[in-house]
Design a protein. Structure first.
Length: 103
């Protein structure tokens, strides 16, 4: 596993992908998903059963590199829930409703 200082260096150099591609992170992410029975935790809260495909840092890695491997800061999610949390993809700008109609 990478040290906190190594992770901080990756963040400074905008090379965070190297952290997410590291064997230590991939192994831990797999363990977190298995420990949660492979279920997306956000979907589960809504009583929907969806397969978790990735692990999300509740407190962002860039702001809290010291929590990079802290299991209490990790949440298994499906792709859609992860996109929703980060306001990406089809979830971008949700909640920013503007009415373009002119009366």
């Amino acid at each position: 596993m990478l040290t906190t200082e190594q992770i901080r260096t990756l963040i400074r150099e905008d090379r965070v992908a190297e952290f997410y591609n590291s064997r230590g992170w991939r192994n831990l992410a797999d363990e977190v998903i298995v420990a949660n029975h492979g279920e997306c935790q956000m979907c589960k809260d809504s009583h929907i059963l969806t397969r978790a495909t990735l692990v999300h840092h509740v407190k962002p890695l860039r702001e809290h590199p010291e929590l990079a491997y802290d299991r209490s800061n990790l949440m298994p999610l499906c792709h859609d829930c992860h996109e929703r949390i980060h306001n990406r993809g089809i979830y971008a700008n949700l909640g920013k409703f503007t009415n373009v109609e002119k009366w």
